[in-house]
Design a protein around this ligand. Structure first.
Ligand code: F6P
Length: 355
């Protein structure tokens, strides 16, 4: 019987997931006695009745590195330790299904499970490894908030999408002497906002790592206008950024709208418009950088499985590919370090962080 690898992708989708899947299949194909199966919709495929598994042949993955999303579909609410199970009365009960997972992996002859996911997914990876699952992790998030790896695939594509959005917003802000606010993804880490603010020429960059002061933002915006009201400004704000209002309350969530509302309350002289970039950062074809990174991590993950180095994650470090113990990955976020050169560079070209 062939030795088998199961791929499970979890969490939000991102550009490059298909490139990883393709790389795993193609690298495994070089091993004469191995095959790759994909679990549909995260852990559902290997836990559902009937099972929903997809044999991943060379034909199935041909040229999918150019496709956004994932051919396996994914789900960010399928934790096998707390798995939603439909009850006879129609209610959903959360049950620890890991014994069932381990049983299914065994009877179906899986020798390794490659789990593609973000921080929360790899907390699950580690717990499954500690229960005896031969698991290898691959870092995946557009927010680049996974510690240890220099980059997670998907991030550079998301930063490119955000930059192209700013390029467009700058022209319309200029045409109407307006303040345009762009909200980008980044719940805990502001890498997309920081990178696209520099690349796109924003005037203000607001990130979760720096609590901003609305008065400082107004000060910067005013500097962009003449006494006659000529001028324009662009703000990039990460969805996780926040400020305190006059009552000392933390204002977080729907942050672009909150900033726009506050500026209007303060009678800021210019028109203000906000854009929520949302899932445009998650979809679409990956840029070359992310296809290459995804392919590197996919190949590495198979080699870790072949070497039985389970409980590890393939990472990109110092321009090379390596691996690290899952224990060292979880519970650490790759937040923007305020001493990072990108912060210094942004300030060096006059971008305000509202502080
Ligand atoms: O993957 C992280 C993320 O993109 C966040 O930045 C965003 O807030 C969230 O996922 C959106 O989740 P969903 O796709 O479930 O709406």
């Amino acid at each position: 019987m062939k030795q088998r690898i199961l791929i499970v992708n979890s969490g939000g989708d991102c550009p490059g997931m298909n490139a990883v899947i393709r790389a795993i299949v193609k690298r495994t194909h070089l091993e004469s006695n191995w095959e790759v199966i994909g679990s549909i919709n995260g852990f559902d495929g290997i836990l559902s009745e009937p099972l929903e598994l997809m044999p991943l042949t060379q034909e199935k993955v041909e040229d999918i590195q150019t496709l956004g999303g994932t051919i396996l579909t994914t789900n960010n609410r399928r934790n096998p330790f707390n798995y939603p199970v439909l009850q006879e009365d129609g209610t959903i009960k959360k049950i620890d299904y890991t014994d069932k997972l381990i049983y299914n992996l065994k009877v179906l002859g899986f020798d390794a499970l490659i789990h593609i996911g973000g921080n929360e997914s790899h907390k699950i990876s580690l717990k499954l490894y500690e229960k005896g699952v031969n698991i290898i992790g691959i870092p995946k998030t557009i927010n680049n908030d996974l510690a240890i790896t220099d980059y997670s695939f998907g991030f550079q594509t998301a930063a490119q999408v955000a930059t192209e959005a700013i390029d467009k917003l700058v022209t319309t802000a200029n045409s109407h002497n307006r303040v345009l606010i762009l909200e980008v993804m980044g719940r805990d880490a502001g890498w997309i906002a920081l990178s696209s603010a520099i690349a796109g020429g924003a005037d203000v960059c607001l990130i979760p790592e720096i609590q901003f002061n609305i008065d400082k933002v107004v000060e910067k915006l005013k500097s962009r206008y003449t006494a006659e009201g000529r001028g324009f400004a662009n703000i990039v704000v990460a969805e996780g950024a926040y400020f305190k209002n006059e009552n000392g309350e933390i204002i977080k969530g729907n942050i672009a709208r909150e900033i726009a509302s506050k500026l209007r309350d303060l009678n800021f002289e210019a028109d203000i418009r906000e854009t929520i970039l949302g899932h445009l950062q998650r979809g679409g074809t990956p840029i070359a950088f992310d296809r290459i990174l995804a392919t590197q991590l996919g190949v590495k993950s198979v080699e870790l499985a072949l070497d039985k180095k389970f409980g590890t994650m393939a990472i990109h470090k110092n321009s090379d590919v390596s691996h690290i113990n899952l224990k060292k990955v979880i519970n650490k976020y790759n937040k923007v370090d305020l001493s990072h050169n990108l912060i210094h560079t942004a300030k060096g070209i006059g971008i305000s962080f509202g502080d």
